[in-house]
Design a protein around this ligand. Structure first.
Ligand code: CAA
Length: 259
């Protein structure tokens, strides 16, 4: 079996590693299909509570879609490649588990777009992001033109996409692309600490919060608020809600069961 994407599970954290260091983890069709398979495994694994996505090697998170593969594509093949990548990235975005990108170096083009499909992004001082696509005669094709404006606003997204410039880590934090920076040697550890601080809480509540935010952001406000109210009332039927509020009243630590 191909191993361009690795999945490891430790203490209820699923680690996805894009594993093509010789090509700076560029997203070939094989990588996309391996990522697709790994996401299906995660979807079916109730033991995984939080997912961390990172890249192999010291240099790159992901340096983009595979330019050498795209170089030979016909428009029809490009359509299929982009459509498949978008299906896979949407699967990542819609995972019920919260996802954290540990952006450990270059996150360019498709690499930035992969990071944008996660919930929370941590970087370090050498993390470098950007959309080089217009310099290659194309545009971001894994939903960068859509997710980035929704995250940072149209004007700032247009500047990044039109200039194709590299954005340093501090600026990426100021723009709201990265949540924060941590020392390079602690990146994975900080991602794990963040994962554990999420895992202390009621899993179904965290999953519902993610769903309501993801779906609600594209709805008219009143419909989105209604979605929230319905999700909230459903959570009142869970054992974990009884446990969470009971533990507060009884002044003890809650023990959640994802029930
Ligand atoms: N696709 C295919 N191969 C890539 C790659 C990519 N996106 N990025 C790097 N590589 C390969 C290089 O070709 C090189 O392989 P060889 O040793 O066989 O020549 C290897 O990875 C190491 O890369 P460099 O020697 O270039 O490393 P560097 O440190 O000198 O430069 C870099 C690093 C600035 C990231 C440079 O590799 C680079 O500019 N990469 C391309 C970045 C890019 O343009 N990404 C956007 C792609 S388009 C896209 O993603 C479209 C979309 O949205 C669908």
């Amino acid at each position: 079996m191909s191993n361009t994407v690795l999945l490891e599970v430790k203490e209820q954290i699923g680690y996805i590693t894009i594993n093509r260091p010789e090509a700076l983890n560029a997203l070939s069709s094989q990588v996309l299909s391996d990522l697709d398979r790994v996401l299906d495994e995660i979807k079916g694994n109730d033991d995984i509570r939080v997912v961390i996505v990172t890249g192999s090697g010291e240099k790159a998170f992901v340096a983009g879609a595979d330019i050498k593969e795209m170089d030979k594509m016909t428009p029809t093949e490009a359509f299929e490649y982009m459509t498949y990548a978008n299906d896979v990235f949407s699967k990542l975005e819609q995972l019920r588990q919260p996802t954290i990108a540990a952006v450990n170096g270059y996150a360019l083009g498709g690499g930035m777009e992969l990071a944008l499909s996660t919930d929370i992004r941590l970087g370090h001082e050498k993390t470098l992001l950007g959309f080089p696509e217009v310099g290659l005669g194309i545009i971001p094709g894994f939903a960068g033109t859509q997710r980035m404006p929704r995250l940072i606003g149209t004007s700032k997204a247009k500047e990044l996409i039109f200039t194709a410039r590299h954005v340093k880590a501090e600026e990426a934090v100021a723009l709201g692309i990265l949540n924060r920076l941590v020392p390079a040697e602690n990146l994975l550890e900080e991602a794990e600490n963040l994962a554990r601080s999420i895992m202390k809480n009621a899993p179904l509540a965290v999953e519902k919060a993610k769903h309501v935010i993801n779906v609600g952001i594209d709805l008219p406000l009143q419909n989105a608020i209604r979605l929230e109210t319905e999700a909230e009332s459903l959570l009142f039927s869970t054992e974990d809600k009884v446990e969470g509020m009971g533990a507060f009243v009884e002044k003890r630590k809650a023990v959640f069961k994802r029930k």
